[in-house]
Design a protein around this ligand. Structure first.
Ligand SMILES: CC(C)(COP(=O)(O)OP(=O)(O)OC[C@H]1O[C@@H](n2cnc3c(N)ncnc32)[C@H](O)[C@@H]1OP(=O)(O)O)[C@@H](O)C(=O)NCCC(=O)NCCS
Length: 164
């Protein structure tokens, strides 16, 4: 998890690293964003955030969680996006892009050179979003969420460190 104390005001939200104390708010938003079987439990979120190579960023709108992103570094060079959640009423305002780019920039500073993620084949909006941000189809993962419920594995090459 990011240890940097920075909190930056952009898009009328404050972006800062996620802390374990945020778990309840993250869980509530994840439940609102994803259906059962895809949404994470509190324990899963906690487990991801406790990984030594994890990063999490959130957007705070005067005390309300507007969105968050969690990822981790694997094999020293792959940024794995665990989840990206934007509150429904805040969508299509650039917040998803802001959070994903912030997360990937943090992981790039830790050594990531490419990013991978899985997204449900039924989630056309998110697939369009990731394509817009430069992700390409890597492969289809059959029965990833449940029998008959596939995921697309997507990847983005050539991650760049972004200045803060
Ligand atoms: C996917 C998600 C994170 C996008 O967040 P967002 O804040 O709405 O995204 P942005 O406003 O930054 O979108 C950037 C661009 O991506 C594309 N895009 C975003 N959502 C889209 C959608 N539903 N359909 C088509 N294109 C979309 C657009 O090109 C958009 O630019 P534009 O609004 O100027 O046309 C958000 O819809 C969400 O939280 N969905 C539920 C959870 C989820 O599916 N997460 C991702 C899977 S892990």
């Amino acid at each position: 998890m990011g240890s940097a104390p920075e909190a930056v005001k952009r898009l009328m939200v404050t972006v800062r690293p996620v802390a374990l104390a945020d778990i309840e708010a993250l869980y509530d938003l994840d439940q609102a964003c994803f259906e059962p079987g895809i949404a994470y439990s509190r324990g899963e979120l906690r487990r991801f955030l406790r990984m030594p190579a994890a990063e999490g960023v959130l957007a705070d709108d005067e005390g309300t969680l507007a969105g968050f992103a969690i990822g981790y570094l694997s094999d020293g060079r792959i940024a794995h996006v665990v989840t990206l959640d934007v509150r429904p009423e805040r969508r299509r305002g650039g917040l998803g892009k802001l959070l994903l780019e912030d997360l990937l920039a943090r992981l790039a500073r830790s050594g990531a050179r490419e990013a991978h993620l899985e997204v449900s084949t039924e989630n056309a909006g998110a697939i369009a979003f990731y394509e817009k941000l430069g992700f390409l189809l890597r492969r289809r993962l059959s029965d990833y969420y449940a029998p008959g419920r596939d995921a697309l594995e997507m990847e983005k090459k050539s991650l760049q460190e972004r200045s803060r």
